[in-house]
Design a protein around this ligand. Structure first.
Ligand SMILES: Cc1cc2nc3c(=O)[nH]c(=O)nc-3n(C[C@H](O)[C@H](O)[C@H](O)COP(=O)(O)OP(=O)(O)OC[C@H]3O[C@@H](n4cnc5c(N)ncnc54)[C@H](O)[C@@H]3O)c2cc1C
Length: 186
């Protein structure tokens, strides 16, 4: 859509896999959390745990975002069972209840592009790298500032960090306090 206008956004489609674990009993109400020690993120989906892997190795670059398996690999299921067993020892009667997968729009620094372009009146908000839901209120606010020309209104966030040109200029956005072994959202 943007390429005919001469605008390149450095986004590649990346296949991600998630596994549903039925704990086999009531678990209480665990919060959504990212477990950077085991390399997984977890939230409840009904009575089941929905588990994804947060290591960069779990993300698989693909050529065509419309062509991918809807099922997680046996290896991913095995690794998930191991990680869940580590974090939730003693689940009543755990079993794998299913898997699902999807494609995310990944940028070279796993942070989105929120930017004006060389084309007057055209703005880009894309490349959320698997984090688009949770940051959407801030995305709306930042984009509103950009489009209206208002001063940046999110404390501690410089909109220029998310500029489209940062990839070509080698200004990748890195977390100031990165965790080892997980992807690098700011
Ligand atoms: C398996 C999986 C798990 C995820 N988990 C999380 C999570 O836990 N937390 C989180 O924050 N984020 C998560 N995400 C990421 C989140 O879903 C995305 O970041 C977010 O949906 C991106 O929003 P978007 O508006 O940029 O794109 P989309 O939601 O993809 O919306 C783009 C829209 O544009 C439409 N469209 C495309 N092309 C055209 C066209 N040519 N003309 C008109 N319309 C068009 C599409 O149909 C679509 O409706 C996950 C993603 C996947 C795949």
């Amino acid at each position: 859509m943007l390429r005919p206008l001469g605008i390149e956004v450095d986004i590649r489609p990346t296949w991600v896999q998630e596994v549903l674990i039925d704990p086999g009993g009531r678990l209480g109400d665990p919060p959504v959390f990212s477990d950077v020690v085991s390399g997984q993120y977890v939230h409840m989906r009904g009575a089941e745990l929905l588990v994804g892997a947060s290591s960069p190795q779990a993300r698989v670059g693909i050529d065509d975002p419309d062509v991918f398996s809807r099922h997680a690999t046996a290896r991913m299921v095995e690794e998930t069972v191991e990680r869940v067993g580590h974090r939730f020892p003693g689940l009543p009667q755990p079993r794998v209840a299913g898997t699902w997968t999807g494609v995310i729009d990944e940028t070279p620094d796993q942070n989105p592009v929120m930017s004006a372009t060389d084309c007057a009146g055209l703005f880009v908000a894309a490349g959320f790298s698997g984090h688009g839901f949770k940051i959407s209120p801030a995305v709306g606010q930042l984009m509103a500032d950009l489009v209206t020309g208002a001063p940046p209104s999110i404390p501690g966030v410089d909109p220029r960090d998310f500029d489209l040109d940062r990839f070509a200029e080698g200004r990748l956005l890195r977390s100031r306090f990165p965790y080892a072994g997980v992807t690098g959202i700011r």
